[in-house]
Design a protein around this ligand. Sequence first.
Ligand SMILES: C[S@@+](CC[C@H](N)C(=O)[O-])C[C@H]1O[C@@H](n2cnc3c(N)ncnc32)[C@H](O)[C@@H]1O
Length: 469
Amino acid sequence: MNIPSSDAQKPKRPPRGRAPGSSKSRSRKGQAPGTSNGTSDGSTSTGTPRNADPTRDIAFDIVRGVIENRRMLETTLSRSPDAKVADARDRAAAHRLAASALRHMGTLSAVLEPFLRKEPPEPVRAALLLGSAQLLFLETPPHAAVGTTVDLMRRRGLAPFAGLANAVLRKVANGGPALLEGLDQDRLDVPSWLWSSWKTLGPGVARAIARGLEHEAPLDLTLRPGAEVPEGGDLLPTGSVRLPAGTKVTELPGFGDGAFWVQDAAAALPARMLAARPGEQVADLCAAPGGKTAQLALTGAHVTALERDAGRLERLTQNMERLKLTVTTVCADAAAWQPEAPLDAILLDAPCSATGTARRHPDALWIKRPRDLAALTEAQDSLLAAAARMLKPGGRLVYAVCSLQQEEGPDRARAAERYGLKPDPIRPEELADLPEALTPEGWLRTHPGMWPERGGMDGFFAARFVKAG
Ligand SMILES: C[S@@+](CC[C@H](N)C(=O)[O-])C[C@H]1O[C@@H](n2cnc3c(N)ncnc32)[C@H](O)[C@@H]1O
């Protein structure tokens, strides 16, 4: 596991509080937050045995998947046999528990280190991370956090380490939040290579991003023009609507009628920069699940949504049906596809490291490695070259990535000029509602440290071009 360097453990500030708008955990005796309770006869409502604990079993598999196999949280959640039979509440609770352990992984590792004489095997470390996350960040009662972790280890063939876990977690429980004092949690919870790269974004930006990542992200919606703001929603300056983390979108009135769709406030900006017009021929080259496709379709342009992954394209189709929007869908590799006639405008929301979405996907930080960037930037360049070939002279292109890495943002924007794409800087009046996101080059750059008082936003980079005539 990638343990942050010990120079990061300098005194910094006391334990941190909750995010604005984050859902409060409701721990009950013996349960991780949000887990369903057993019935009076000792079985659960799904008939599983008394000592079964699907929440912690699934969370354990998720954390092991990340630290041992660099497997994404969502991948484990979709494949785990326990998750397949678990009810929705247990799955959600497992997700929240695992995400908390991953979000605070560096801090928790630093807390555990003095209590461990030697590095434990990875599965044991995963269990300790989950146990200590419950103790220090999820308000689980100490006896429950310790007892259920020991039970988990016995269920999962780690009985020889159960005594060690019991002793270590009791020490963590006894130490409590005081154990966090003096730890630089911002620094600890970000892998070193990412911290170094985020420092290049500007003074204080790496720390601001790290603080933005410490809480679950709120739920942001993009509304159809004229749709009502759902009750409890805050209208943000950029037009998105924000609801507290944990809000179930499908339960909001208007969901079934297609009044809105889920889209982070920052993710809603790149499509706006394309300024598509009614009747224009526009392509969205990496389109699923279709948040930006929907924005483009609402302009009245003829939109072709291209997606390589058939399953994801199906999801986009369903989303467009719910939103009652008409687009042409194509399942194809955008690097090879050619339209019948040159296009007026293209949105290229390229596949990337997704480090900008770590608030929602804390696993992303620990899965990606510096060497993964080379393959991504190569693919981004070939998509930029392909997009340039699809445009008519004078046609517009917006290149976007949900990445905080310079290699995938500014470096690609500069490289795009090789393909006959001339920079078309974003003007200040186009970003008057978020001026801090406009760079001197005329690019869009958001990061999770922006809008700290409102609950932050995802990290995005976008640059606009015109095809040379
Ligand atoms: C960042 S996501 C797009 C998010 C989407 N634009 C939205 O706003 O909802 C990237 C998508 O590009 C797709 N993709 C990756 N490489 C592609 C390619 N060469 N051609 C077409 N689609 C691709 C991925 O399957 C993924 O669905």
